[in-house]
Structure formats: structure tokens, C-alpha cells
Design a protein around this ligand. Structure first.
Ligand SMILES: NC(=O)c1ccc[n+]([C@@H]2O[C@H](COP(=O)([O-])OP(=O)(O)OC[C@H]3O[C@@H](n4cnc5c(N)ncnc54)[C@H](O)[C@@H]3O)[C@@H](O)[C@H]2O)c1
Length: 303
């Protein structure tokens, strides 16, 4: 039976490990040709001599698939342009971009230094924008040349971006920014045949080893491993396939066997005085509105 991504060319950033590796293998299993990008950095973004992208390419080839490794930094314009070029040079086209690469430098806000803020915002937010821009330029040129485009982008946000996470101010801000970028990209690129969606995954990887190690260890009895990164990939593959036609600008939480559509910001209770409020009146109105509103979901780690 033909796979869901037969003939498609897919780029996955940060695909040497964790979720990205699982996505790359899952796309290949559905017939895609895959560009496995990974700079091969340590958990804190500093250089790691054991770059894993080539290893994932070997795994895909051993399973009969086609893949090439790319070692560029996706948070530079040069790395992002060269990544899109790698797909076109190796396989003649690009159909799907999965933005996934990133790292953490967790600190409480009062201790969060500027370098750790910049590094995390750079790798996630800029690291989504630049490959998206390079890929979009390629797809726009294809569309303008009259060739059919059914392109897909899957961005990677986080529960931290949706609700906030204590000790992760830099990461939460970057991941929330990715949600905004996703909405704008979906609205701007639809005319070229490009769909853009985002996921907020949860899985046991080196990034979350500490968080999930005890509570969510792999079951020893061979039962369903709810925190395996491979659980997140099926939705990513579908969003990256032709089959998801018509779905764009949406955000999904996905973990274990659960998929949730996130419904995002929408107006709650409103008051309109028809004139400017005084601060005291505005406060009185705000208190009434808050009493009528849904309480917010708690910030991760705050309770
Ligand atoms: N694991 C989770 O539960 C979880 C939850 C929410 C969001 N996420 C997000 O999922 C994505 C994947 O995370 P993971 O848990 O698999 O982490 P991971 O550390 O296992 O993998 C991330 C990979 O990105 C690579 N990378 C880092 N900077 C790069 C750069 N500049 N260019 C190219 N590659 C780079 C790293 O070398 C690494 O292999 C991240 O965006 C993360 O924020 C993960």
C-alpha cells in the first residue's frame, strides 16, 4: 500500500534526536524522502562532537528509505537557505518543512541572564522564522512558475507557549511567539498552496528526561509507552502530508494516544461604556468581567 507521503520531500530540523528523529523515521516509513537537519549541539546549545543526523540517515536507509543529512544551524539565514537548497539539490523539490530544533536554558526570571534569553529565543523563534521564510520563498517561486504546490509546515510550540511554565520565561515567550508566527504564516502563505500548523508535544527526550523520568518511565511490561516520542509523529506526518488539505492555522496538543485541538484566545465577557472610563470605573468593570469569565488554566509548575 502506498504511504501517506509517497513522493514528498520533507525537511525536519533538529532531527538527530528525540522528537525530530521520530518524525524523520515516521515520514520515511510513509514514503517521504527526508532531509535530516541537526547541528548536533548539547542540551544547552553548545557544540556536541557526536552529531547524530548522519546516524538517523543510516537508520532510514537501513529501513529502505531515502534521506540526506544536513548539519547547518537553522537559526542563521545561511543555514536556513542552505537547508532548503539541500532538499532541492538532493531530491529536486521540497514539500514539507517540520520546524522542531531547539534547546533549553531554564532559569527563574530574576536569574535569567541576557545571553540565555537570547540563545533560547533565537533557536526557537528565529529558528522557526528563517527556515519558514526560505521554504516559503521557494514555494512562492514554484507557484508563480505555474507548478502545483501542496506544501505543509509543521511548527513546534509547547505547553509552555500555550500556558506558560515556571522557570522557562525565555522558552515560554519563544514558544508563544511560534504560535503567533504560525497564524500569520498560515494567513499569508495560503495563496501559494502552503498550509502552516503547530503542535505542542510532550514526550520523554533528553530535553524532558528530568521532568518525565520517574513519573513517565517506559513500562517494563511492554505496554503502551505513553511518553515515547514516536507517539507524537503520526499527527505530524498527517499534517505534513497531502491528506491534511484544508487544515491550516491550527494548533494541536499531542501526547501519548491523545490529540487535542487548542482553541486559542477568544473574547470572553466584555463591557463597553461608550465613553472613556476613569481608572476606578475601569477597575470596577474589570472585576465584574473577571467574575463572569472562565478562570485561566494554571501556568505549568505554579501549583
Ligand atoms: N520533549 C517534550 O516533551 C517537548 C515538549 C514541548 C515542546 N518540545 C519541543 O520539541 C522540539 C524537539 O525537542 P526534543 O524534546 O526532541 O529535544 P532534543 O534535545 O532531543 O532534540 C532537539 C534537537 O535539536 C537540535 N538543535 C538544537 N539547536 C539546533 C540548531 N540551531 N540547528 C539545528 N539543530 C539544532 C539538537 O542538536 C537536538 O538534536 C523542541 O522544539 C522542543 O522545544 C518538546
Amino acid at each position: 500500500m502506498a504511504g501517506l507521503c509517497e513522493g514528498r520531500v520533507v525537511v525536519v530540523t533538529g532531527a538527530g534526536r528525540g522528537l525530530g528523529r521520530a518524525h524523520a523515521l515516521a515520514f520515511a516509513a510513509e514514503g517521504a524522502k527526508v532531509v535530516v537537519n541537526d547541528l548536533g549541539v548539547g542540551l544547552d546549545g553548545r557544540p556536541d562532537p557526536q552529531s547524530p543526523a548522519a546516524q538517523v540517515v543510516r537508520e532510514i536507509e537501513e529501513l529502505g528509505g531515502q534521506a540526506v543529512a544536513h548539519g547547518g544551524d537553522i537559526a542563521t539565514a545561511q543555514g536556513a537557505d542552505c537547508l532548503v537548497r539541500a532538499a532541492v539539490d538532493a531530491f529536486g523539490r521540497l514539500d514539507t518543512l517540520v520546524n522542531n530544533a531547539g534547546f533549553l536554558r531554564d532559569r527563574m526570571l530574576v536569574n535569567l541572564d541576557e545571553g540565555d534569553w537570547d540563545a533560547v529565543v533565537r533557536v526557537h523563534l528565529k529558528g522557526h522564522f528563517l527556515p519558514l521564510r526560505s521554504a516559503a520563498a521557494w514555494w512562492r517561486a514554484e507557484a508563480k512558475a505555474g507548478r502545483p504546490v501542496a506544501a505543509r509546515v509543521v511548527n513546534t510550540s509547547s505547553g509552555a507557549g500555550l500556558l506558560g511554565s515556571v522557570g522557562q520565561g525565555n522558552y515560554s515567550a519563544a514558544k508563544a511567539g511560534i504560535l503567533g508566527l504560525t497564524l500569520v504564516a498560515a494567513a499569508e502563505l495560503g495563496r501559494y498552496g502552503v498550509q502552516v500548523n503547530a503542535i505542542a508535544p510532550a514526550a520523554r527526550t533528553r530535553m524532558t528526561e528530568q521532568t518525565f523520568a520517574q513519573a513517565m518511565a517506559a513500562p517494563e511490561d511492554g505496554g503502551f509507552d505513553t511518553m515515547a516520542p514516536e507517539n507524537v509523529s503520526p499527527l505530524v506526518v498527517w499534517l505534513g502530508a497531502d491528506a491534511s488539505a484544508g487544515v491550516s492555522g491550527r494548533v494541536f496538543e499531542t501526547e501519548g494516544g491523545r490529540i487535542t485541538v487548542m482553541e486559542g484566545w477568544r473574547p470572553g465577557p466584555t463591557a463597553d461604556r461608550g465613553a472613556r472610563w476613569t481608572p476606578a470605573q475601569a477597575g470596577e468593570a474589570a472585576v465584574k468581567l473577571l467574575a463572569a469569565a472562565e478562570p485561566p488554566l494554571p501556568v505549568y509548575g505554579s501549583q
